[in-house]
Design a protein around this ligand. Structure first.
Ligand SMILES: [Zn+2]
Length: 318
């Protein structure tokens, strides 16, 4: 089953574009291999509004948002998760508007536990992006902490003619939350489900089992439209999500088969499973394979040497 990816061909940077009734989007100019054309900040409502994912620390994007919000009252600032392309501008917007910030919570885990290996070597594309002042990677915004913590199912914000409900969707990060615009059954999916790409599941904060359960949670919700932070809306949610689930299950089966065939190390598994993929993406692929291995260990099908699974650990069948 192939994933029916959708593209966004005409990003209008910095402009508030009406993309649906009650929904405007302002795209930040921070394109990268993680953010596609850039971060799409959504403004929900007419005169009293909520802002979803203010975006990266960017003066230009902040100015664009202030122009878009001029003369309107901001009821709430909602954050899907604390990656550097989603949450950092929230503090400044809060200051400027007086609105409170709402999210599932700050980053849940000890930062010292996050990355023990050296950062990825920047390639030419990254260097060009950095020179242009663009974001080159999806990093954590550990400084973020919401004024109000949301729980799954809670109403996050309301205004004239709109209601946004928090839908907790851990997987991409532990605190990832989508927001359902109830009046339109439109789901703002952050990075949980994107139209242009699969999402990155990188342990320990990323969790494959949670991610799959959170995909099912969206299926059960049966939204009419998905509005990802990056890229175009997805209008046929059900077959799209089914393709995502199948993609992960196929990959998991491939990882399990590799281990059963005696492949013990992640770099070898990546070479076997990611045929035709640029070696530039091998490191990210390795993190994804690790996420599958952690689930397979949980399932009792694989064991690892050493105290905890990592990218340099050896694996064998249980
Ligand atoms: Zn993210």
């Amino acid at each position: 089953m192939t994933i029916p990816f959708v593209t966004l061909d005409d990003p209008r940077y910095g402009q508030a574009v009406q993309v649906a009734p009650m929904v405007q989007r302002v795209i930040a100019r921070n394109p990268s291999k993680f953010t596609y054309h850039g971060t799409g900040t959504y403004i929900i409502g007419a005169n009293d509004v909520a802002v979803i994912d203010p975006g990266p620390l960017s003066d230009t994007h902040f100015d664009s948002l202030m122009v878009a919000l001029a003369g309107r009252r901001v009821n709430a600032i909602l954050i899907t998760h604390c990656h550097s392309d989603h949450s950092p501008l929230a503090a400044r917007l809060r200051e400027a508007t007086g609105a409170q910030t709402f999210a599932f919570g700050p980053h849940a885990i000890d930062p010292s536990w996050i990355e023990d290996d050296t950062p990825e070597e920047p390639d030419d594309e990254d260097r060009a992006a950095a020179a242009a002042g663009e974001t080159v990677e999806e990093s954590l915004d550990l400084a973020f902490s919401p004024d109000v913590r949301l729980r799954h199912g809670e109403i996050a914000a309301t205004g004239a003619g709109w209601t946004l409900q928090a839908i907790h969707t851990p997987g991409h990060t532990g605190n990832h939350t989508c927001f359902l615009l109830q009046e339109q059954r439109a789901l703002f999916t952050g990075d949980h489900i994107m139209g242009w790409s699969t999402t990155v599941i990188t342990p320990p904060d990323g969790n494959m089992r949670d991610y799959l359960a959170s995909l099912q949670r969206v299926v059960d919700l049966d939204p009419a439209t998905l509005w990802p932070t990056h890229g175009a809306p997805v209008t046929a949610a059900q077959p799209f999500i089914e393709a995502f689930v199948q993609h992960r299950l196929d990959r998991e089966a491939g990882v399990l088969q590799a281990v059963r065939n005696g492949v013990t190390m992640i770099p070898e598994m990546v070479k076997l499973l990611y045929v035709g993929v640029s070696p530039k993406l091998y490191k990210a692929a390795g993190r994804s394979v690790l996420a599958h291995l952690i689930k397979l260990i949980d399932d009792g099908l694989v064991v690892c040497e050493g105290v905890q699974p990592g990218v340099t650990t050896a694996y064998r069948r249980a």
